[in-house]
Write a protein of this length. Sequence first.
Length: 620
Amino acid sequence: MEIEQLEIHDFLLLCHPLNQLSSDELKELAENIEITYFSRNQTVLEPGQHNEWLYLIRSGAVTRTDHNDGLVAQFGQKDFFGHRAIERGGIIKNRVSTIEDSLFYLIPKARYRKLMENNQAFNQYFSQQKHERLKSALQLLRSPPENSLIKSKAADFMHQEVLTLQQQDSIADAALQMKNSHQTAALVIDETGIKGIVTDRLFCTKVVAMGLDTQQPIASVMTPEPISIDRRHSGLEAMLLMTRMNIRHLPVVEDGQLLGMVTATDLMHHQSHNPIYLVNQIHKSQSLSQLPQLSQQLPVVLTKQVDAGLNASDIAYSISSIGRAFASKVIELCVRELGPAPVPFAYMVAGSLARNDQTAHSDQDNGLLLSDQFDASLHGEYFAQLSEQVSEHLNRCGYVFCPGDVMASNPKWRQPLAQWQHYFDGWINSPEPKALMYSSIFFDLRCVYGDQSLFDQLQQHIRELTRNNRLFLAFMAANAQQNKPPLGLFRRFVLEQHGAEHKTLDIKKRGIMPCTDIARVFALDAGTEVINTLERIKRASESGVISNEAAVDLRDSFELLSLIRLQHQVRNIKRGQEANNYINPDELSSLERRHLKDAFELIRTYQDVVTQKYNQGQLG
């Protein structure tokens, strides 16, 4: 290449999606580019003019104005224009003028057409469909490095010699067989396949703790229909499945036939910095003093998973599993120190930890649900001490005190079932602003320790209150408008103006939360009990509340925002900083900036959809 072509080639390498072209495509493009220059305040393209070029701004800036001279858009270095005209046959609709002295690289229409046909990244970038552009961005942002768990198969880790039992075998005989074969788990089978699984843990938590007769058949205590994995699935998929389901033994099958068993230990030995390893270490802890040290591994686990190119949703599931493991272990050890609880209780977590949307260490959102047997004069001191200790130890583990004091250590959130039901009665039947704020927090609840039946009673009460309650749905829809995506005129980012986040994008408040709020409203309308954001979107689509297209738009927007947030937090961690949600736009690539804007625009669109669907004419 000549020197001028080399300069063009090097600049093209800096511009997405041209940096995704093959070396031959890029070289050919550099050789076919023409260069033109316009002074400030000159017209580049006139309405009605015929255009044959894709313009790339090498330096300078331009504006696009409509027939009333209204400003439509503004473009700067590395931005493109002219492609929309090419797609509609070359006719220019809006005027493009320079606002600075500007140098343009002109890509011929024929070369543009060829790249649109032959290069997927180029095609997706210039597609007029935002959801197609988002899919392209997700693929690029998730491009993983070499990862042995990704490349490996579940079969690579399995033990082929699996202890199998018959359903009629006694509990005592099963325990003896497991002891003699040095196995921590056994599968219960018959001629049709796997019927159940028993683990060493089961003998402690179910057989001994409940004083069962060990001559009963093993089928009476086994976990029926255990989760399994196909031998062709990756080691990474096995790890994520075990993390999500909080299991440590995974049968490996092919066409329904048992081949072997993968254990958490197998994967731990292969990769020490994974969520299964950390969750297992948390569960094995015997003192509260061990937990803060273990919590220091969480940023490492997060970093490893982001660097491995995993889906944001899978990473969030893993990090949430770790958070709940800390919560349940802290409560267990605090109960051990204080002695057995005087009445049944359920410890509940709320917000991102309940939704499986958590990323780095977060603040606490939790509450204590007590049996209606609770008597404040007799039992109040015990639960006050328990709640204080739990919140204090979670804070030491990096789950800091809630700024709004939404914690079980606050007596307001440490109440009997009847009072919690009364809270929800008020929030749902008299939905004033503060009630809606609490609804947004406590509609995303999960029991992490204690009496699950207590929690189920509360959930049933909430479902009865919200079923077909269009007025409450309308108020929740209005509440979902509180946080607007940070886009102003001409798709410019609107940055935060105050405090430590000055001149940054608050991606949680302005992107993640609006998407979460929209999904919650659609889930309420669908009557679904799931609380994970992506699962809510899926169920809303399946029930017909939203279209499949809307579900795809929301899912991809949420995944993109979550991934960019995670990558930002990992950059924080690698710099020795605390992980946060405040992104400096200057740190984003042109790809990230463009597609963040696409995601924000889609979320803003669906906020408008929510308003129209639930607040205009739906209640008349």
